[in-house]
Design a protein. Structure first.
Length: 828
């Protein structure tokens, strides 16, 4: 008890110190008594003298250096390791943990992902990490309390990006940051910005796009929003973590060019534009080295080239090859086969400052490595500096006391707004949508009765509710077919009951709901009695497993039959059929899209799903979302379809990104493979015209400014997304046919209204990465700019000249492909 009191007391030291700042003290030698959290500062500093590390008038840098000079080796190692993880208690054992098993700091916020280790003697508190990205992941219940701690379930990253609205993304980030702060989190483990390389990756829903500009811009917007609250982010997973199967032991082989242009570029943009507090290294290896142990990645590129100033943290148990050996609670430690003893020292040396969630094995190994000088104290101190800076900047150290009362009502409205903004209208024949007011609706498909708000795993938010589609429609004056409602609701209830046990598992991936058999007669009757049919196709996905082709990417036979039969019956009655796709990742659409009249890509829309979908269906919100991932005709059309998650198939250890830079639309467009719905695609209930663009100069000189007018030429108000694609002149390396280099979304334009949108091109936008020169090079010649409403829907064209070849940036020749295969070439 005494020990615990002492611990609590010391933990407040930094709160108290931070309080001094607020009082804007002069350099007086005596200090007023400051009351922070009902504790008096003088309780701990009876002599009234501050040591440099305690003195908040000094810079963090000075304080941290002083503290480091006083810390014991044990203290240092503790600070470089988290305190363990709830559910993995057998791995703890740090002195920060009450030996009776009472408290590890992350227990203070149940459901959080972990924390740093507090060192009470030095007044260093634990900072808490909570998961995301779609909201703050904490438990909604706490032992012995009746109140709840729900967080808002926002739309997933894959939907935030389809808004093409970075200001809105900032607003969402700000709301998430506010909830994180108020619930006592210091670092929100978000945003996630890996590239959507292939539709089967189980975590695509968390990610933004197949395009690095979109990934970088949205990660940067979310980061700015979250960090406005004083809470830090963790950009994840750095880098090339594009599949889930055997993710902890997967070696990703790829060329330096693909790495730099596709898989690192989004991180580079976000680091340079938004100054993230932390970055989370990924589980996988790149060209033979764990990313968490890669000096080239974490120090040479991230810190030296990009100027990253924050802390790098591992993904949870990153560096262990086999987490199943760890999660086997029957043995009281970690199987030796699940890690290589050198790895932890290598991680710190590489610049991976904090190992999460922290294990006793790591503590012992690092101690041994320091003692035997296999890990230098300089490496340790460098990491410590970054970790301590992260801690010193945290809300906890600033004295923030969690209020636990975020404004969930206003955040729910924001969640709804963002969700409806990101929904993409893929098809709308003969004005099938918007729905007529008060329509009678036949709701088909299990998915219509179980809107999937987000994915499973660490990205799942414990939200208070998910608005169902029937509720969304009924609350807005539509009438739902009662018989169908009854049949489906009963079926869905029974099916969901079967997954109750599975749901309790940390990383459970839920099966997609099957379909009940609806008799032909019942479908025909419903076609007579209702005005329109809506069918929802839903897809579950989650962390730790990838999707599959049959009954997942492809529709199941029952789903196909349902679409055919409902379309036939409703068309016979001259009535329309609408399909809603409730998936964060691509599914096959081309085999059935001609049968139906309208299709809405609703993605995974968060807790307000039913309302947000209704807003788009009703026309209350004119759809303005556009795809940020290509929907291929068939799976085998995807450039990585034959080498998606690697070899051997069962438990892949190696994957070769042989498609090189030709990921997503860069492949489809350059190789003339026609997709079902292309990148950037999305319809509106109105139409837009673009005026001729105005360029600041016909020749590129340092930068180019462009403006263009967008006019709403239709009959209802709406927003347009203008996409700028650039085609570069031929050089001596392969080039994609075009690449997205800018985008702008208008405000709501009334019919006839015009808005000017602006773009800016920087030298790097013109450049490709040339591995032979280790440089980003822009070739001399004519650059063509397209102003498009989607990848190939070109509204205006312009061009400019770059008179001389430009070496935009010379970089280090690191992280080369260790297997030396040739990337796919277009010879363009
Ligand atoms: C995930 C991370 C997550 C971490 C902490 C890992 O399994 O890959 O995205 O932040 O767990 O929960």
């Amino acid at each position: 008890m005494r020990k615990k009191n002492n611990m609590m007391k010391k933990r407040f030291v930094l709160y108290a110190l931070a309080g001094f700042c607020a009082f804007n003290l002069s350099k007086a030698q005596t200090y007023p008594q400051i009351v922070v959290n009902n504790q008096r500062f003088s309780d701990w500093n009876k002599d009234g003298k501050l040591q440099p590390y305690e003195d908040t008038r000094l810079s963090d840098y000075e304080r941290i250096n002083d503290l480091i000079s006083r810390l014991s080796v044990d203290d240092k190692i503790h600070l470089l390791l988290g305190t363990g993880m709830v559910g993995f208690e057998m791995l703890k054992g740090f002195e920060a943990i009450d030996p009776k098993g009472v408290t590890i700091p992350s227990y203070l916020i149940p459901g959080s992902a972990g924390s740093t280790t507090p060192i009470d003697k030095w007044g260093v508190p634990a900072v808490i990490f909570t998961d995301g990205p779609a909201g703050v992941r904490i438990s909604y219940k706490r032992k012995g309390e009746t109140r709840t701690y729900y967080a808002t379930g926002f739309p997933v990253g894959a939907l935030i990006s389809t808004t093409w609205d970075t200001e809105l993304a900032k607003e969402v980030g700000n709301a998430i940051g506010d909830e994180a702060l108020k619930y006592g989190s210091d670092i929100q483990l978000a945003p996630a910005l890996n590239i959507i390389r292939n539709p089967l990756c189980g975590r695509n829903f968390e990610y933004f796009s197949e395009d690095p500009l979109i990934a970088g811009k949205f990660a940067s917007a979310i980061t700015q929003g979250i960090q406005k609250n004083g809470v830090g982010v963790s950009l994840k997973h750095f880098a090339a973590n594009n599949s889930e199967n055997n993710r902890m032991d997967l070696d990703v082989h790829l060329s330096q060019r693909a790495l730099r242009e596709i898989y690192l570029r989004g991180f580079e943009i976000a680091v340079k534009e938004s100054n993230p507090a932390t970055i989370m290294s990924s589980y996988n290896k790149i060209n033979g080295t764990y990313t968490s142990a890669s000096y080239d990645l974490l120090t040479t590129i991230l810190r030296h080239e990009w100027g990253f100033k924050g802390a790098v943290i591992t993904d949870w148990f990153g560096g262990y090859a086999d987490v199943s050996a760890i999660s086997d609670t029957s043995h009281d430690g970690i199987s030796k086969d699940s890690y290589d003893e050198d790895i932890f020292a290598k991680q710190l040396h590489a610049g991976n400052d904090l190992l999460m969630p922290g294990t006793q094995v790591q503590f012992e190994t690092l101690k041994k490595y320091i003692e035997t000088k296999r890990l230098s104290i300089e490496d340790v101190n460098n990491c410590l500096r970054n970790v301590l800076e992260m801690i010193y900047k945290s809300p906890r150290v600033a004295g923030y006391v969690p209020t636990n009362n975020p404004d969930l009502k206003s955040h729910a409205l924001l969640s709804r707004k963002a969700a409806s903004e990101g929904m993409v209208l893929l098809k709308n024949e003969q004005g099938a949508l918007p729905l007529n007011k008060g329509s009678k609706i036949a709701l088909f498909g299990s998915g219509s009765y179980n809107i999937i708000a987000g994915g499973t795993g660490s990205g799942n938010v414990n939200k208070a509710y998910v608005i169902s589609l029937p509720k969304g429609l009924e609350d807005n004056g539509y009438v739902i077919d009662k018989n169908l409602n009854q049949t489906y609701s009963q079926f869905v209830k029974e099916e969901l009951a079967k997954t109750e046990e599975l749901k309790k598992k940390l990383l459970a991936i839920l099966p997609t709901l099957t379909q009940p058999t609806i008799k032909e007669k019942a479908i025909q009757n419903s076609a007579k009695e209702n005005d329109i049919a809506i069918i929802t196709i839903g897809r579950e996905a989650g962390e730790s497993g990838d999707r599959k082709i049959p009954d997942d990417f492809d529709l199941s036979e029952k789903e196909q039959n349902l679409i055919s039969e409902v379309s036939k019956a409703f068309h016979q009655q001259n009535k329309k059929v609408v399909v809603i796709i409730n998936s964060g990742s691509a599914i096959e659409t081309s085999s059935w899209k001609d049968k139906v009249d309208a299709i809405v890509w609703a993605s995974l829309p968060g807790q307000e799903g039913g309302y947000a979908i209704t807003d788009v269906l009703s026309g209350a919100v004119n759809p303005s979302g556009k795809l940020t991932q290509t929907l291929p005709v068939k799976y085998t059309d995807v450039s990585s379809s034959s080498n998606f998650d690697g070899v051997p198939a069962e438990k892949p250890t190696d994957v070769s990104y042989k498609e090189g830079i030709y990921v997503g639309y860069r492949y489809f467009n350059t190789f003339n493979v026609i997709p079902s719905y292309e990148f950037g695609y999305g319809l509106s209930y109105t139409k837009f015209d673009y005026s001729e663009p105005v360029l600041s100069s016909a020749e590129f000189n340092q930068k180019l400014l462009i403006s263009l007018k967008v006019k709403n030429t239709g009959s209802v108000e709406g927003k347009e997304v203008v996409q700028l694609y650039l085609s570069t002149p031929k050089g001596n390396i392969d080039k994609p046919s075009k690449e997205l280099k800018g985008f702008a979304k208008t405000r709501v334009l009334k019919p006839g209204e015009t808005q000017v949108v602006f773009f800016e091109l920087q030298p790097k936008d013109l450049a490709s990465f040339n591995p032979l020169a280790s440089a980003w090079i822009a070739d001399a010649g004519i650059y063509k700019i397209e102003f498009n409403s989607s990848l190939t829907n070109t509204k205006q064209v312009s061009n400019f000249t770059l008179p001389n070849k430009l070496i935009v940036e010379k970089v280090n020749n690191v992280l080369n492909n260790d297997l030396n295969f040739q990337d796919l070439k277009s010879n363009r």
